[in-house]
Design a binder for this molecule. Structure first.
Ligand code: 13P
Length: 250
């Protein structure tokens, strides 16, 4: 498995105050392509972001924040992976803890979503992570293993690119990022769990997410098992998101 660096923004149900055009101009004006940048807007803005990603300057990838486990039918409110791919987006965040806890997504359902994303040619940004309670009980790695195995064996697809985001629930939006040894241990374990579930020639990125900011990014990015970040709050201002990108290049 090859590893590749990547930095992804998750706007969640927000738009940047500076406006989409200005935000995207800043992304394109960064002056270098590596590591790749991905921006995940709310679904109605995927089309606009894809268009903005191709303007003058350095391009960036676009992700949806969710896609359905269904292709079509009587599923009010759903958006299919094929529709998102048809807009020109390359990625889909799947299994975010907010989808799991607030919208009842199970590991099996996320596996079905992964399958549809792969079939549509999207690269999943597959999110996993434990609660505070699970960590306190010393069951973090077993929890992550179950999340990975159930979803990947349900998906049962061959693919050449996968992004996994390790986001401890207790670190999301709390200002309390995981400590370096916790991140390194989880990422190392996740890479091991994926062996046998991911094709040997697959390119993999394992991102950390949870209270990543410009002032802690450089230190976390220096960990050998960290390929990048999935950033919520600090991705809503282009300057702060780009300083995280800058920290990854050091
Ligand atoms: P914060 O960066 O706001 O903690 O959010 C992390 C996250 O959930 C990204 O998907």
């Amino acid at each position: 498995m090859k590893r590749e660096k990547l930095l992804a923004a998750n706007w969640k149900l927000n738009l940047p105050a500076e406006g989409i055009a200005a935000y995207c101009a800043a992304m394109r004006g960064r002056g270098a392509a590596d590591p790749e940048l991905v921006v995940s807007p709310p679904a109605p803005f995927v089309d606009a972001l894809v268009n903005e990603s191709k303007g003058a300057g350095t391009g960036f990838g676009v992700a949806s924040q969710n896609t359905s486990q269904h292709d079509q039918g009587a599923f009010t409110g759903e958006v299919s992976a094929r529709m998102i791919a048809g807009l020109g987006a390359r990625y889909a965040i799947l299994g975010h803890s907010e989808r799991r806890t607030l919208f009842g997504e199970s590991d099996e359902m996320i596996g079905q979503k992964l399958a549809k994303a792969f079939d549509a040619g999207l690269v999943p940004i597959f999110c996993i992570g434990e609660s505070q309670e699970t960590r306190d009980a010393g069951k973090t790695l077993a929890w992550l293993d179950a999340q990975v195995k159930t979803a990947m064996t349900t998906a049962a697809r061959s693919f050449s690119r996968l992004v996994v985001a390790y986001e401890p629930i207790w670190a999301i939006g709390t200002g309390r990022n995981a400590k370096n040894p916790e991140i390194q241990e989880a990422h190392q374990a996740i890479a091991g769990m994926l062996e046998g579930l991911v094709p040997d020639d697959c390119t993999l990125s394992i991102l950390y997410g949870g209270s990543v900011k410009a002032d802690n990014a450089a230190e976390i990015a220096s960990l050998s098992e960290v390929d990048g970040f999935l950033v919520g709050g600090a991705s809503l201002v282009s300057a702060s998101f780009l300083s995280i990108w800058g920290a990854m290049r050091r």
